[in-house]
Each structure stands twice: as C-alpha cells, then as structure tokens.
Design a protein around this ligand. Sequence first.
Ligand code: CA2
Length: 154
Amino acid sequence: MQSILILNGPNLNLLGTRQPEVYGRETLAMVEQLCIDHAVKAGLTAHCLQSNHEGALLDAIHAARGVHAGIILNAGAFTHTSVALMDAIFSVEVPTVEVHLSNIHAREEFRHKSYISRAALGQICGFGSQGYLMAIDALAATLLPKETQLQDAR
Ligand code: CA2
C-alpha cells in the first residue's frame, strides 16, 4: 500500500485547546486518527508528524522523497512566510496537497498569501478537519489507478 505523509506545522499541536470557533474542538491526535482511518479506507497508509520548527518540517519533506507517495501539508503560519518550504516541495517532487482548517482567504490580508500554493497540487481550506479527509481523497484520486480506488471511502 502506498503511504502518505500528513505534516502539520507550528501551533497545530494546540488544536482543541484554544480558539475552537476558528480551529474546531478536535485535538490534533483526534484529527490524525481520523486521517489514518480514512486513508486506509481510501487505499493508503498515513503517517503523521507535527513540528513547531521550520527546519524539522523541511527535513520531513526532504525525507519523504522515495518513501511517501504524497504529502498533505498544513504549514500553519509558515504558509504565509516560508519560501524554504515552497522550495522543498518543488525539489522533492512528491505530490502535495495544502490544507488549512480555516478559510484563510476570508481572514486577515496577511493570511491570503500562500507560498505553499505555488508548489502544491491544490489547496483545501475552510472545512475544518474534514479538509484533511478531502485532501486524502484528492491524493488517492491522483495516486491510485481508477479501478483500485474505493468508491465508498467515507
Ligand atoms: O487554518 C489553518 O489551518 C492555519 O494553517 C492555522 C494557522 C494559521 O497561522 C494559518 O493562517 C491558518 C495557525 C494554527 C494555530 O493553531 C492553533 C490551534 C489552537 C489554538 C491556538 C492555535
């Protein structure tokens, strides 16, 4: 089974503890478990990692080359600042889907810009934790031959 990396960036370890009106009530552990279960139904194995450090996220993206068939990335606030993460995604050539819990385009101006989007297959935002599951489906549709895709993954 092909594996995918689900990578979460700074402060996402705090999910479920504050700002539930923006980021929901689920903890990161709950979101990760939802992803692992959904990936299996979609025909993929999910590995999850969170870091508050840009360098650790870069290392994880580099290490994904030849190991993971796809990446789902919520780079948190680094989304809006990190040319380095964008370059890493370009360089490893692993199909990457960008996810955000909140609708970054409906928030402050500084959140509208995403460096990740330039290197990603696409962006899913504004659907809370459901967005990660949508991203898994998007990767499955990209990676798996049509006849092996499970029709009832939800
Ligand atoms: O909507 C998203 O998923 C974001 O990537 C979340 C980032 C934010 O900087 C991006 O603009 C959009 C922030 C994550 C902070 O997560 C927290 C969760 C609970 C309590 C405090 C912060």
